[in-house]
Design a protein around this ligand. Structure first.
Ligand code: ZN
Length: 216
């Protein structure tokens, strides 16, 4: 991850990547230490969710199961890398930084990792879908709903649909499996090509000068 970061991005100061024990499942960018921290507990959570997913993940053979977990780790890492670039290179953004970090991760995956046969998008979508399935908002207490809505992140299910829509918009052939996997509603699917075109334009104009490897 550190190597890929070094090879692909211009950063105004060094950024380290480390795996740490945090006491809870998490991954975050720490501006004070200029470090992307990946918690071991997060990898445990991903593996646990995959083992518990009887419909899909737990049925995969070992190599595919490992690829799924790897892909999720990449997806989460790229999201944190998005935060790091925004902070370190002072990339101007408006709107939710959390959504921009998801867009950065999606863009980076589609342009640089998936063409090298590293599946990231579908595993990441699977992960947010699994998180969303475990959280029944309708059955949550008003306090819990308030906390979710006040949080800076979009809801897990929204992130699932966003990523699937952008993947579908980026490439209708490759992204179709993502759209089908999450059951993306037709009315959203129709707008995904346009949505992705604006995302692509936005990332190019905001992040391009920090990307060492240029997208096609
Ligand atoms: Zn974030």
């Amino acid at each position: 991850m550190a190597q890929l970061t070094e090879a692909s991005l211009h950063l105004r100061r060094d950024l380290s990547v480390g795996f740490e024990s945090c006491g809870k499942p998490n991954a975050f960018y720490d501006p004070q230490r200029s470090r992307v921290v990946f918690c071991f507990e997060m990898i445990e959570l991903v593996a646990k969710l995959a083992q518990a997913d009887g419909d899909f993940a737990s049925r995969l053979d070992r190599p595919h199961f490992a690829k799924l977990v790897d892909g999720v780790v990449w997806g989460i890492f790229l999201h944190e890398l998005g935060h790091a670039v925004i902070d370190i290179d002072r990339v101007p953004i408006t709107g939710r930084e959390e959504d921009v970090a998801d867009q950065f991760a999606l863009y980076y995956s589609v342009k640089f990792l998936e063409p090298r046969d590293v599946p990231v998008v579908l595993p990441t979508i699977w992960f947010f879908r699994a998180l969303g399935k475990n959280r029944d908002i309708a059955a949550s207490s008003p306090e819990a709903v308030k906390r979710l809505l006040a949080d800076e992140h979009s809801l897990d299910d929204q992130r699932t649909y966003n990523l699937a829509c952008w993947a579908f918009g980026a490439n209708q052939t490759r992204g179709l499996s993502a759209a089908k996997f999450v059951g993306l509603p037709e009315e959203r699917a129709r707008r995904c090509a346009g949505e992705y075109a604006r995302l692509d334009d936005g990332i190019r104009s905001r992040f391009r000068k920090y990307l060492k490897i240029k997208p096609q």
